[in-house]
Design a binder for this molecule. Structure first.
Ligand SMILES: [Zn+2]
Length: 419
């Protein structure tokens, strides 16, 4: 009896063993036993742009890799993605990369990478996110200033404080991703969301913000970077004389820059449009000539960005250079300007036209100050200045100077200006 019972147990164990082996074999054949299945077959629900690619490496058991990433028609975008993948750390464990992708207006694409290092049980040891956004039309990565305008960096800092309770140290280093509804800004491992509909004033992305079509610049002058240059600059306008001042430059195929007051721009919309269309440089000289040498950031912003707003509404263009009234500025002024992509531009020769109100003295002072890299200060408010400019422009050209904008002078003669 005892012997027979034992035999029955052995038979039962045998049957169970055969059954287990058989079902394990079946499942192996069907593939459901692949321990890395979940790392290989990722969801494509959130992959809305680009062609899905995968790269698996199971040969080195210490360093398994399961990477998912998109490729696009743009080679430059693919290079960016491939560079990122190449830089992923080579560490023991399982490297797993997945992504989400979006496109907007058939022009912008955004990819959000999710990198994880997993242990043998596929539990995460490390993770990181990376964003790459690309403008397929311009064929380059999208920068903050491609999406935002005005005092956007201050806005972004405030949003991080509000939405993520985080004080970010370098808002100008933030990266973005885009979808149909909003732009997402990522910085210091935190993200904030800015819906286009809530921030119309700050969005200059085609079709998503106030959507101002920029005026086309029709007059473009050639410059020889090797030849001497001077920038003639006019402050405090526009005024009833500005059109005539521009005419002098147009007649001589020369250029100039106008540092305007926001409150005057409103009164001369056609003058300012003409300026932009004819390639003159529009620059910012505050709203109403109040000093911006101040620690009151709100005051600086208001003076500078109200003027930017009126320029943008009128022309679809904005100033890059700001000349603080009285040439007075401090570290706070510089910080507010630079963080928002603006630069201070002073002068190195002063015609004192506002003081002398005399054509001959204005002309002599300007001539006495000529050099390769000179930036001469005038005011397009006086008939005497207009008369001086009529003689000065052909005179400087006859001496071999090219009359260029502030941007051009800084681009080609930055060291010579001494500014
Ligand atoms: Zn001024």
């Amino acid at each position: 009896m005892i012997k027979g019972k034992k035999l029955r147990y052995e038979r039962l164990i045998f049957v169970i063993a055969v059954f287990l082996l058989f079902s394990f074999g079946i499942s192996r054949i069907l593939g459901s036993g692949d321990p890395y299945k979940a790392l290989k077959e990722v969801s494509n629900q959130t992959k809305l742009a680009g062609e899905q690619k995968e790269q698996f490496n199971e040969e080195n058991e210490e360093q398994l890799r399961f990477l998912h990433y998109p490729q696009f028609e743009s080679e430059s975008m693919n290079t960016k993605i491939n560079e990122y993948i190449k830089k992923l750390p080579q560490e023991n464990g399982i490297t797993f990369l997945d992504y989400e992708s979006n496109s907007l207006n058939d022009r912008y694409v955004s990819v959000k990478f999710h990198y994880q290092l997993l242990d043998k049980e596929q539990k995460p040891l490390k993770e990181d996110y990376q964003y790459i956004s690309f403008d397929l039309e311009a064929n380059r990565e999208i920068r903050l200033q491609d999406i935002f305008r005005g005092n956007y960096v201050d806005l972004i800092s405030e949003e991080f404080q509000k939405q993520a309770n985080k004080k970010i140290t370098a808002p100008d280093k933030a990266v973005i991703s885009l979808d149909e509804e909003a732009v997402h800004v990522h910085c210091d491992n935190a993200s904030v969301k800015l819906k286009y509909s809530d921030y119309q004033k700050y969005i200059k992305l085609a079709g998503k913000g106030t959507n101002k079509k920029p005026l086309e610049v029709k007059r473009k002058l050639k410059i020889d970077p090797k030849k001497p240059m001077i920038a003639l600059t006019f402050d405090d306008g526009p005024s009833p004389y500005t059109d005539e001042v521009m005419k002098v430059f147009e007649e001589h195929q020369a250029n100039a820059s106008f540092f305007m007051l926001g409150q005057n721009i409103q009164n001369y919309p056609d003058t300012v449009k003409h300026m932009v269309e004819n390639g003159f440089e529009i620059c910012n000289h505050s709203w109403d000539h109040k000093s911006i040498e101040s620690d009151d950031r709100q005051h600086i912003r208001k003076e500078v960005f109200d003027t930017q707003d009126v320029l943008y509404e009128l022309t679809g263009h904005e100033a890059v250079y700001v000349r603080p009234p009285y040439g007075a500025w401090n570290d706070t002024t510089k910080q507010v300007l630079n963080q928002n992509g603006l630069q201070v531009a002073l002068w190195n020769v002063d015609s004192e036209d506002w003081k002398n109100r005399d054509k001959q003295i204005t002309l002599e002072r300007a001539k006495a100050g000529e050099f390769d890299g000179a930036m001469i200060l005038f005011h397009d408010l006086y008939p005497t200045t207009l008369e001086a400019v009529k003689e000065l422009v052909p005179y400087l050209q006859s001496k071999g100077y090219q009359l260029v904008t502030v941007s051009e002078l800084f681009k080609y003669k930055s060291e010579k200006t001494g500014l």
